[in-house]
Design a protein around this ligand. Structure first.
Ligand SMILES: C[S@@+](CC[C@H](N)C(=O)[O-])C[C@H]1O[C@@H](n2cnc3c(N)ncnc32)[C@H](O)[C@@H]1O
Length: 308
């Protein structure tokens, strides 16, 4: 059953990826409930994550079952099993976790997207360093960034920032609470030979507090992609995206120039935007327009283009 399904989706998606010149894409995501995997291709490497669930198998039985599944994936995707990376995706231990380290192999390698380079790590963290579902959004941002002062909030490894810098933004400011991810973002700039230190800023801060320090008309284009919940010792208060999005977006808009644009994304499935209380001139839902072929019908995030 798994073989048939994987073969079918791989044939279909690899054809579309090839046509669009895409080398990193999601092949399979929990298509069959009995095989709760997420499978992504990062060029010649396979990222395989198993969603944790009560499977009723003993550890030995589970190990044997996984081995058969991996063999099947290797055969169908035509890869050697040493480049299948296995991760067990569990729910975060508590909703305040920023990120979870899963290993410390420190194996980074470079992949390409739209002619730009990104470092990915398939073993050490819950996520790989490049969120594939925002491929189209990154391109959109790229097309609008030339000459603009760009701010990337909750920037993670700075993939939006790299696109902005490559598009000749006037300045690119990258903000994240994690020093690890900020360094990763700087490394992504370095491998793309984006070296203009005077125009690129990497800021280690809590976004909620950082926004309160900004003057009006500080930025022209902002990307804001917050986690659903966030808390840490550095924060005075925790962030709950449903509860806090109006305040957060109004603080962003306060710092944006007239005619400026904010790209806002959230992974909170049950998110409802409170349009009336956001001080914007336009709010457009661009979830569909930013959904890549490999996430069609299964994307659980929202994306908006907000104008001032
Ligand atoms: C969903 S990821 C953002 C993904 C990113 N926009 C991308 O497309 O690659 C969330 C990021 O927010 C950061 N973060 C969480 N809480 C934060 C806070 N209060 N202030 C700043 N960054 C925070 C995390 O460290 C993580 O890198």
């Amino acid at each position: 059953m798994f073989e048939n399904r994987l073969l079918k989706v791989y044939k279909h998606k690899s054809k579309l990826a090839k046509r669009q010149g895409i080398t990193c894409y999601r092949v399979y995501d929990h298509d069959l409930p009995e095989f709760p995997f997420c499978i992504e291709l990062y060029e010649d490497k396979v990222y395989l994550a198993e969603y944790l669930r009560r499977h009723g198998m003993t550890d030995e039985e589970h190990e044997a079952w996984l081995e058969i599944c991996v063999a099947c994936i290797c055969k169908l995707l035509d890869v050697k099993d040493e480049i299948v990376y296995i991760k067990q995706r569990k729910r975060k231990a508590n909703r305040h976790d920023q990120y979870e380290k899963t290993d410390s192999k420190q194996e980074y390698f470079t992949v390409m997207e739209n002619g730009l380079k990104f470092l990915v790590n398939l073993t050490d963290y819950l996520d790989t360093g490049l969120f594939l579902d925002h491929r189209i959004t990154r391109k959109m941002v790229y097309e609008q960034c030339a000459g603009k002062r760009v701010l990337n909030l909750f920037a993670y490894t700075g993939s939006f920032s790299v696109y902005a810098a490559a598009a000749n933004a006037a300045s690119v400011t990258t903000v994240d609470l994690s020093k690890t991810y900020l360094q990763w973002a700087e490394d992504n700039f370095a491998i793309n030979l984006l070296k203009n230190k005077d125009q690129y800023f990497f800021i280690h801060a809590d976004v909620k507090q950082y926004l309160k320090t900004l003057q009006p008309n500080s930025f022209d284009l902002v990307i804001i992609d917050p986690p659903t919940f966030s808390n840490s010792k550095r924060m005075k208060d925790f962030l709950d995206i449903q509860r806090n999005h109006v305040e957060l977006l109004n603080d962003v808009l306060h710092a944006v120039s007239k005619g400026g644009t904010v790209y806002f994304s959230t992974n909170f499935t049950r998110f409802v935007i409170d349009k009336e209380n956001i001080q914007a001139t336009t709010i457009k839902d661009i979830t569909r327009a930013t959904t890549p072929f490999d996430f069609e019908g299964r994307l659980k995030r929202w994306c908006y283009r907000i104008g001032k």
